[in-house]
Design a protein around this ligand. Sequence first.
Ligand SMILES: NC(=O)c1ccc[n+]([C@@H]2O[C@H](COP(=O)([O-])OP(=O)(O)OC[C@H]3O[C@@H](n4cnc5c(N)ncnc54)[C@H](OP(=O)(O)O)[C@@H]3O)[C@@H](O)[C@H]2O)c1
Length: 213
Amino acid sequence: MKIGILGTGEVGQHLAKGFLGLGHEVMIGSREAGGEKLDKALAAAGQGAGGTFADAAAFGDMVALCCLGAVIESVLKLAGAENLAGKVLIDATNPLDFSKGFPPRLLDLPDGSAGQLTQRLAPRARVVKAFNTAGSHTYVKPSYAGGPPDMFICGDDEGAKEQVTALLVDFGWKTIDLGPLESARYTEPMCMVWVQFGLRTQSWSHAFKLLRK
Ligand SMILES: NC(=O)c1ccc[n+]([C@@H]2O[C@H](COP(=O)([O-])OP(=O)(O)OC[C@H]3O[C@@H](n4cnc5c(N)ncnc54)[C@H](OP(=O)(O)O)[C@@H]3O)[C@@H](O)[C@H]2O)c1
């Protein structure tokens, strides 16, 4: 499959590396084709192609949104809603405000969540919230004594969630489907639980697991 990655940060890099390792084709998108950040992301991913956000969105049969939460509107405008129509759009973002430094605070988005904002801006995309409740360096083949960790996903398109679940299983995760995309209101704040635990323990490789009987 061809996968477009909208973002040159750590999430984009680790997703690109993971998808390439599974034999998919990848294009990473950035504001500037041929810029320094794109070169760095491609080097970290190992291979793959680079282009603008619009190039990557048009390239992908599936697209992953992994930009700073505060600039989702700008990135999706640059990507072009028409380039995302009908495609599974993985939303890995968290609506974080870093303006007062670290730790960040959650942005209070009028749409309710970054996932819902993404769906409004790309109305014909099949948005699935995923990958936002884990550190990106643990995305590929996570190895924990307690077994595979859980990735919480949600979205309004059942077929899209099935496709994302299959990818997550290939990456080495179990998935927990929390239903409609509106549940992103609850999975996005989970990133702050992850950050707070990291700050208190000064360790950054933890992951969530839901225990059931
Ligand atoms: N880091 C993690 O482990 C982790 C884990 C789970 C979820 N997340 C979430 O995933 C998302 C990506 O995180 P990240 O750390 O990989 O990268 P990031 O630094 O949050 O975002 C990098 C991307 O944002 C774009 N960007 C920044 N400012 C912009 C602006 N003013 N206009 C347009 N685009 C702009 C950059 O474009 P250029 O390429 O043009 O510079 C780049 O592609 C975030 O929402 C984050 O909260 C992060």
